[in-house]
Design a protein. Structure first.
Length: 391
């Protein structure tokens, strides 16, 4: 790295360049975070990251990505970035992503004007020094180009998917509460009132986890089609497609607007998102056996967190069936990580201790393609159907 770039990065980290702050922007804000002649950087859209930046010229922009305010002193290292670069003329540009004390995790995506999302060619990505910075060397057209850690997927996108799903499969969309910032919390519910069994699946407790959300959608689609055909007549079905709308809308790395990792709040239920979701699940579980409890996430590789066999009243058959289907169809094989921590405050631990069901956390690799994510979701749903058919 050249000396002048080092000095700019040092000043950026120290906050000594008079740069725009990293507080969450109102969604109506259109002012540039930084600009130079012919180029500007914007974060005026839902899911935009919390950035500071320096536009040194039309050819060099430095972008700092900062985590949201957290109750705990350091959050999970998921350095989310999402911003628009606007250029008056087409040309080359160097963008340095500065993660502060965190390391490069997400392989950048790009959406040029009028085009679909693409991965940035690895030949144009250089991870620098101790992996806490990455340099992108790109040719950009005139107009706005979006650079993001994952394809940006907003609460409105989730709402659109949910409405189409509910209409296609006869589910009812219910508002079960409001987030800390007042956004609606929505579940998709179906099945007879006298059903004796309950299926619960949720996703997007953590905002950047795009692949886990797409796996959930594929899972839900198979479950919806089975519901259409009467294969789950004995089941009440509760699907939660967006557990943390504030975090997603505000471009958070991990947390809700209360500074809490929602998947550590399931025993205390201090945050309104978890308190409302638990109340919904308890209502739906009254008089029913909770047979399925799945929580879809993303991490560095595809894996499943599961409780040890034999400690749950229900769920061992599903674990075995799902593992067999994953083994037969997926390469590489997802790792199964066995354990139960009653102090962790996770959804799967709460499900086990509250309902006696083997809650499963299904994690998709950050870099899993949509096709790979859909395959995992479909296989998980097919395992549910196979076990349900044996009852």
């Amino acid at each position: 790295m050249t000396l002048h770039l080092r000095s700019f990065l040092a000043a950026l980290a120290a906050g000594g360049l008079g740069l725009t702050g990293c507080a969450t922007l109102p969604q109506t804000e259109t002012a540039a975070l930084c600009r130079a002649e012919g180029v500007s950087l914007h974060a005026d859209f839902p899911t935009a990251g919390q950035h500071r930046c320096l536009a040194r010229s039309a050819e060099t922009v430095i972008v700092r990505t900062d985590p949201e305010v957290a109750i705990a002193p350091r959050i999970n290292p998921s350095p989310w970035f999402a911003f628009d670069i606007e250029r008056e003329e087409a040309g080359p540009i160097e963008i340095v992503l500065d993660y502060g004390g965190y390391r490069h995790r997400y392989e950048p995506r790009i959406r040029r004007p009028g085009e679909d999302w693409q991965r940035v060619d690895p030949a144009h990505i250089e991870v620098l020094e101790e992996e806490n910075r990455a340099r992108l060397t790109l040719d950009l057209p005139a107009g706005r180009t979006r650079i993001s850690a994952q394809p940006t997927y907003t609460p409105a996108d989730v709402a659109g998917w949910s409405a189409a799903f509910a209409d296609a499969h006869g589910f009812t969309a219910i508002e079960y509460g409001r987030s800390l910032e007042g956004r609606p919390l929505e579940a998709l519910v179906a099945g007879p009132a006298d059903a004796g069994r309950l299926l619960v699946a949720l996703t997007r407790q953590h905002p950047p986890e795009y692949s886990g959300g797409r796996a959930f959608e594929a899972f839900a689609t198979v479950i919806g089609e089975a519901h259409d055909g009467g294969a789950l007549a004995g089941y009440r079905l509760v699907l939660v497609p967006l557990a943390n709308p504030d975090g997603m809308a505000n471009g958070h790395w991990r947390l809700n607007s209360g500074g809490m990792d929602l998947n550590r709040d399931w025993f205390e239920a201090e945050q309104p998102e978890i308190a409302a979701l638990q109340a919904l699940i308890r209502r739906e579980a009254e008089g029913r056996d909770v047979e399925v409890f799945l929580d879809f996430h993303s991490t560095r590789r595809t894996l499943v967190y599961n409780p040890p066999a034999g400690i749950a009243a229900r769920g061992d058959a599903l674990m075995a069936e799902m593992a067999a289907r994953f083994e037969a169809a997926l390469d590489p094989q997802p790792e199964w990580i066995e354990g139960h921590n009653a102090e962790a405050g996770t959804s799967k631990a709460w499900a086990l201790q509250t309902f006696g069901v083997a809650g499963l956390t299904v994690e998709l690799a950050d870099e899993a393609s949509v096709e790979e994510s859909h395959a995992v979701g479909r296989l998980a749903a097919e395992a549910v159907l196979a076990v349900a058919a044996d009852h």
